[in-house]
Design a protein around this ligand. Sequence first.
Ligand SMILES: Cc1cc2nc3c(=O)[nH]c(=O)nc-3n(C[C@H](O)[C@H](O)[C@H](O)COP(=O)(O)OP(=O)(O)OC[C@H]3O[C@@H](n4cnc5c(N)ncnc54)[C@H](O)[C@@H]3O)c2cc1C
Ligand code: FES
Length: 284
Amino acid sequence: MQTHNGRSGNLYCPEMMTIKTLIEESHDTVTFELEFQDEALRKNFSFKPGNFVFVGAFGYGESALTIASGATKKNLMDVTFRKIGRVTGGLGCLNQGDSVGFRGPYGNRFPMEEYKGKNLIFIAGGIGLPAVTSVLFDCLEDRENYGDITVLYGARSTKDIIYRHHIAEWEARSDINMVKTVDPWGTADDWDGKVGLLPVVLEEINPSSENTFVIMCGPPIMIKFAMQSLDKLGFKEDQVYLTVENKMKCGLGKCGRCNIGDIYICKEGPVYTATRMKQMYPDF
Ligand SMILES: Cc1cc2nc3c(=O)[nH]c(=O)nc-3n(C[C@H](O)[C@H](O)[C@H](O)COP(=O)(O)OP(=O)(O)OC[C@H]3O[C@@H](n4cnc5c(N)ncnc54)[C@H](O)[C@@H]3O)c2cc1C
Ligand code: FES
């Protein structure tokens, strides 16, 4: 069951969710574990890895956020957001037990069926990590159906690292190659990861491009240099999947905030191959 038709028939009418758990991931980033207040939605809501939703703080507005938990997680759904402005700042003032508005799921999805039997490299910079974790969580539910899994996560500094609890679990597993790095000016004495810009570390770990897909999200500058590194490593553009976070308002193909020409990212995207990204953005 999806919610985007709105129970009242109004496409913009949000459902209500409760913040069951609130995790302060870092100085500016928070995770909500959300639960539908409506029992039928709690049981039957479904989504696909890569879908996004709108989460609203009453009196502030609503923000597009990627669902960060796996599609197989029952009853509860995670979203992680960086407090950068009006709405995310408003969401950041809420507490466990408070209500939020919810619309979705929207957008396309990662092609999980194509990834079966392949090696996967997850590349994420900063707040890009939650945008790829729903794919990772679903792969881990079904681990034997995938080849090698590498997670390369980069943050500006140790204080910007999020998902420390998940990263510790992934590091403890022998079937995930977890590599974390911080920028050279962002390290600290107790840091046990690599120090270096993510594209440099990507070349250092030198993954094979054979039978491999890359799933990537991060700031545009990271994507630009990571693409150059992947090219050097022999990856073709159609082996690389990205999810883009253009500004959005409605999620419904109606407001014209997200479009590039006649392409509405909220409807066609936000998941694209690098090949398609190049067609859409000449500077990509
Ligand atoms: C499909 C999709 C998925 C997303 N998933 C996540 C997620 O999982 N976690 C998360 O933290 N964020 C995510 N975002 C970005 C998030 O929607 C915005 O950060 C948020 O809506 C900003 O709202 P605000 O009112 O807090 O900021 P505003 O007050 O509107 O803006 C504050 C500052 O941030 C800039 N800004 C606002 N929106 C964006 C944006 N989309 N991209 C770049 N800069 C922006 C503004 O230009 C301004 O400088 C996603 C966006 C999209 C479209
Ligand atoms: S967000 Fe309104 S048209 Fe895409």
